[in-house]
Design a binder for this molecule. Structure first.
Ligand code: GDP
Ligand code: MG
Length: 446
């Protein structure tokens, strides 16, 4: 797979989050360090790494996404910021003119001629009528290579091995233009972006007027891709980037991020020498795969279920032992919010599996839960673990911090005390449990 090492390092980071007890500053610092190490190993520029991880840290310290617990929120923040880092959205080639012309530019050996063939195959599979046009007059073998690729993927081609002026080759081909949906133009490279190459690209651009001018760049140059992409962007006005040889280098992370920051979207990545070895580049899908998620939605759902079950198990054990603090109240509220999970708690308490919970108990709790969640997010770990330490100045601080009324904080604490008392009385009998629920009627505690 592309970027194996980066992927496995990032997956370790996610596992660490999932297996941690608390999401606290210590964990966030560790996570941030490991992400930094993973990205640096993949040759991502150190300034970019620091910028990214600062954003992750800042968000992780203050955000709580609704419907997700702290661990999931942290995972989602990491995912979202990596996606943004790589350009956020998929930017496909738009076919709103006939023909659409894609011109490939780049240095020697970056993979232009190979990519021309790959693109032809990719789009001819999607029903486009295609021609490859060879304008690389610098390398005698380039025209033959293009012809070979065209024959291989069964599309038309136009080359002229005797002509030394690319603009003339184009003008001879031009009258056939309208026969095609897509024309892919291969151009000459140089060892570096010289004035001569810039001028040649300008002349060809003027003659061809392509809708897309894509820079082909090899991933093995790592973060130095930034300089190349910027130079081509500034002097030739590229509309996007294709990064080749992604499969063969550990430095691909550097190349990808270096290009993403130039503002030129990455359209495709090349992952091998064969004509099929081309993938569209979609930051969301790419990061999901890198993180081993397949699809973030499915994973988060799965994570949610797994964590719910663990929480339910822990909670039921605590309830039976009579231990109970604000954190438990919080997770109880959360699981309570979902009938399914609540029945799971019940199933785990001996004798409780047959208990029917009145639906009304669950209704109208959403608002209260939201408010209490804000309050709890403003509590310290000590306060959550040992709510008895609350005095009026703590209450005031938490109210201010969470933007809620002092009365709401007091209500929460009152509810906590009541729940705790009830739980102490609860000896595991079904009848007592039902009585207790009646007494607490309408509250998201048991
Ligand atoms: P050009 O000079 O820019 O036209 O580059 P070429 O298309 O001739 O490619 C240069 C070399 O890179 C050739 O040996 C290609 O087979 C190889 N190449 C191109 N794309 C890829 C890729 O995605 N992966 C690998 N491994 N090799 C590639
Ligand atoms: Mg070539």
């Amino acid at each position: 797979m592309v970027l194996d090492k980066l992927g496995s390092n990032l997956r370790n980071v996610l596992n660490k989050i999932t297996n941690s007890m608390f999401v606290d500053e210590k964990l966030i610092n560790e996570i941030v360090k490991e992400i930094q190490r993973a990205l640096l190993q993949s040759d991502v520029n150190v300034h970019l790494v620091l910028k990214l991880t600062k954003i992750i840290k800042d968000r992780a310290l203050k955000e709580q996404m609704s419907g997700l617990n702290k661990k999931e929120t942290l995972i989602k923040i990491v995912y979202e910021e990596l996606v943004k880092f790589l350009g956020e959205e998929k930017k496909e080639i738009v076919f709103d003119s006939k023909p659409t012309k894609i011109m490939l530019v780049g240095l020697f050996g970056s993979g232009k001629t190979t990519t021309a063939g790959k693109l032809a195959k990719y789009y001819s599979k999607r029903g486009k009528k295609i021609a490859l046009v060879g304008l690389d007059v610098w390398r005698p073998a380039a025209m033959d290579q293009l012809k070979q690729n065209a024959e291989n993927v069964k599309v038309d081609y136009y080359i002229d091995k005797d002509e030394k002026d690319p603009v003339k080759i184009w003008s001879r081909f031009k009258e056939q233009e309208s026969k095609y949906d897509l024309i892919i133009i291969d151009t000459a490279g140089r060892d570096a972006l010289s004035d001569e190459l810039i001028e040649e690209i300008e002349q060809v651009t003027e003659a061809v007027s392509p809708q897309e001018k894509l820079l082909v760049i090899s991933a093995d140059i790592g973060q130095t891709a930034n300089v190349q992409a910027k130079q081509f962007h500034d002097s030739c006005g590229i509309t996007g980037v294709i990064i080749t040889k992604m499969e063969g280098t550990a430095k691909g992370g550097g190349a990808l991020t270096a290009c993403a920051v130039t503002g030129s979207p990455i359209k495709f990545i090349g992952v091998g020498e064969k004509m099929d070895d081309l993938e569209t580049f979609n930051p969301q899908g790419f990061v999901s795969r890198l993180l081993g998620m397949g699809d973030i939605g499915a994973l988060l759902e799965k994570a949610q279920e797994a964590i719910d079950e663990e929480d339910a198990m822990d909670l039921s054990k605590k309830l039976l032992k009579g231990e109970f603090n604000l954190i438990d109240l919080y997770s109880q509220m959360k699981t309570m919010n979902k009938m399914g999970s609540f029945s799971k708690i019940m199933e785990m308490i001996p004798g409780m599996s047959k208990l029917k919970i009145p639906k009304e108990l669950l209704e109208g709790q959403q608002d209260k839960m939201e408010s209490w969640r804000f309050i709890m997010d403003s509590c310290t770990k000590d306060e959550l673990e040992n709510p008895d330490i609350f005095n009026s100045s703590r209450v005031e601080r938490v109210a201010n911090g969470s933007g809620r009324d002092i009365q709401e904080v007091r209500d929460l604490l009152k509810h906590y005390k009541k729940s705790k008392k009830m739980i102490k009385q609860f000896g595991g009998s079904e009848k007592k449990m039902q009585q207790m629920m009646k007494k607490l009627g309408g509250m998201p505690g048991i």
